[in-house]
Design a protein around this ligand. Structure first.
Ligand code: DER
Length: 243
């Protein structure tokens, strides 16, 4: 399957180019691409030296099933800004400035928490995730936002009326879960479409802060200037990267 090959190629190259013997804490993201990160790490003898920090129940199970040493962010003494040496994670879209849209897997809060505690935040993705330009122009898929359940309707109203969002959707579980998706933190996800924005006059940081200021918003899927490098796998097994 060329798509799986693309994910694997990106993940293997990201590990091989960035892992270091003197690392201690390694963050593991969520989604399908990071499965190959753990697959590659499990092949390397030095990987037994590291302690792995998950970003979701899925990520935690991935670490355990691979026989790797599991810790948790609340078991680590956070005595500095960046206590993890590196975190590998996927993304839904990455732009030419390495800004990311994440949250497709509804794991964005723990992903952003762990990413913010990491000295190196590395994105691994297949070719579909590479945005040709700025997120402001290409976030048509919508921005995932994690919200406290009781505030979801109020926030939806805020986004439609104060932020001129085109569409706000409460993410539903689908056939395997009646009702809304509930995140690992017990919250809801809103998928928000803002349509095309005028990139030139658009301040992504300010926009993100305004959304976070809405009462009930826990976190957004906008990872602004957090990634150090992004690897994109292609169907032919080749890998391109931006940093
Ligand atoms: O939710 C997220 O941000 C995940 O990283 C996810 O969207 C990445 O998805 P994929 O690796 O399965 O494409």
């Amino acid at each position: 399957d060329p798509l799986e090959q693309a994910k694997r190629a990106a993940a293997y190259k990201a590990v091989d180019e960035n892992i270091s013997l003197n690392y201690k804490y390694v963050g593991i993201g969520s989604g399908s691409t990071v499965v190959y990160i753990v697959e590659r790490l499990s092949q390397l003898p030095l990987s037994k030296n590291f302690i792995y920090v998950p970003t979701s129940f899925q990520s935690k199970k991935l670490i355990l099933d691979s026989g790797l040493r599991l810790s948790n962010v609340d078991d680590i003494n956070i005595d500095s800004d960046h206590v993890l040496d590196i975190t590998f994670d996927g993304a839904d879209e990455v732009d030419t400035s390495l800004n990311c849209i994440k949250g497709g897997g509804a794991c964005l809060f723990q992903e952003k928490l762990i990413a913010s505690l990491s000295k190196n935040f590395i994105i691994v993705a297949d070719y579909r995730k590479k945005s040709p330009s700025y997120l402001g122009v290409n976030w048509l898929k919508g921005i995932p936002i994690e919200v406290v359940p009781m505030a979801w309707s109020k926030i939806r109203n805020d986004l439609l009326n104060k932020f001129s969002a085109n569409k706000v959707t409460l993410r539903q579980g689908g056939v395997n879960k009646a009702g809304p998706v509930v995140t690992d933190n017990g919250n809801f996800i809103l998928d928000v479409e803002f349509g095309i924005l005028d990139v030139d006059s658009f301040d992504l940081l300010k926009f993100n802060q305004q959304i976070k200021n809405l009462v009930g918003v826990v976190e957004t899927g906008l990872f602004i200037s957090m990634a150090k490098k992004a690897y994109f796998g292609h169907g032919d097994g080749s890998v391109s990267s931006i940093s």
